[in-house]
Write a protein that binds this ligand. Structure first.
Ligand SMILES: [Mg+2]
Length: 333
């Protein structure tokens, strides 16, 4: 058996033989980038959700599953600083189309509408054992603004757009049956919502890309340790993260205490946060903070810096340990 990363490398070996003016960026970023016209490039991304691996109908209501299926794909367009335009949806059901599919579609189309994206086609097939949902999104961005994973340089600051680990904590609470989904006052609402109903940061992605300050960007789908390692590998650099700078929600700390879990595991290894991870020159720190605050009202968090060499290191008072690619491998749990 080969790892997920080796599998991608294998596919890449075949794909990289295709040479054309049409292709700007193939495998290895959040989206493939292809030429559209003088000003704009097109962005293409696809993602598959498998029952039992990415979702569990015990706690994912069909409506929220629909929302999430759209959101996780739009997040990859956000990661390049683009605007999603159109979407294809394919579903495989093992025992025919269930009656709840209408609720799924309601949630799915609601998220598309929130981001001005059209559903334009897809496919429905009879599956074998589990439900499989595949979404493809086409987007667009001004070619001079697109943020790739590969632009990070030593000395850059590493930033994230929001607290990490909430989705992993939410999943853990769902698995342990410790949350009441129908109660909006449930004390774990913030964590469970992060897992069940992530928000694609389209506007923020555009603001960051259009700032001209951001050097490299991606979204965090597989956890900070893995995704920052991807960003570093793409740029031929390393990174040092300061544990004390990582943004953590109060709710997460509370959950870690109650479940007697180390919060740092959720924070660095937990996937599905769909926050944006990006780098910028350290001299642009204030400018970037102000730019984002003015245009979005949001706070962003600097968590470390890009270094020469390779590897992602987590630094605390007494320790510096490598965390590159730790976390979720889709083929090996
Ligand atoms: Mg991504």
């Amino acid at each position: 058996m080969i790892s997920e990363r080796d599998c991608i490398k294998l596919i890449q070996r075949f794909a990289s033989r295709i040479k054309s003016d049409y292709l700007v960026k193939g495998i290895g970023d959040d989206c493939a980038v292809i030429t559209k016209d003088e000003t704009n490039h097109q962005l293409l991304t696809t993602d598959t959700l498998v029952e039992g691996v990415h979702f569990n109908l015990k706690w994912h209501t069909p409506y929220l599953l629909g929302r999430k299926s759209a959101a996780v794909n739009l997040s990859d367009i956000a990661a390049m600083g683009g605007q999603p335009l159109a979407c294809l949806l394919s579903v495989a059901f093992p025992e025919g189309v269930p009656s709840w599919f209408e609720d799924f579609m309601t949630g799915f189309s609601k998220v598309l509408k929130e981001h001005d994206t059209l559903l334009v086609g897809g496919d429905t097939v009879k599956g074998h054992r589990d439900i499989v949902i595949t979404v493809t999104v086409i987007g667009e961005a001004d070619k001079k603004n697109i943020c790739y994973r590969s632009g990070a340089q030593p000395g850059d600051m590493v930033w994230v757009s929001g607290p990490l680990g909430n989705a992993a904590a939410g999943l853990s609470l769902c698995q342990k049956g410790l949350c009441n989904l129908s109660d909006p006052a449930d004390k774990w609402q913030q964590l469970v919502k992060a897992h069940l109903d992530p928000v694609p940061l389209i506007s923020l992605g555009k603001v960051l890309a259009e700032s001209g300050i951001v050097k490299a960007m991606m979204d965090i789908s597989d956890g900070l340790a893995t995704d920052l390692a991807h960003l570093c590998t793409a740029g031929g650099v390393g990174a040092e993260i300061e544990q004390g700078l990582l943004p953590v929600s109060e709710n997460l700390e509370q959950a870690a205490a109650e479940l007697m879990t180390d919060a740092i595991e959720w924070i660095i290894k937990g996937g599905e946060d769909y926050e944006l991870l990006f780098t910028a020159k350290s001299s642009d720190e204030l400018k970037l903070r102000q730019h984002v605050a003015e245009l979005t009202g949001r706070e962003i968090y600097s968590i470390g810096r890009i270094i020469e060499g390779q590897g992602v290191f987590l630094c605390s008072k007494n320790e510096r340990r490598e965390i590159s690619y730790q976390g979720y491998d889709h083929f090996h749990g």
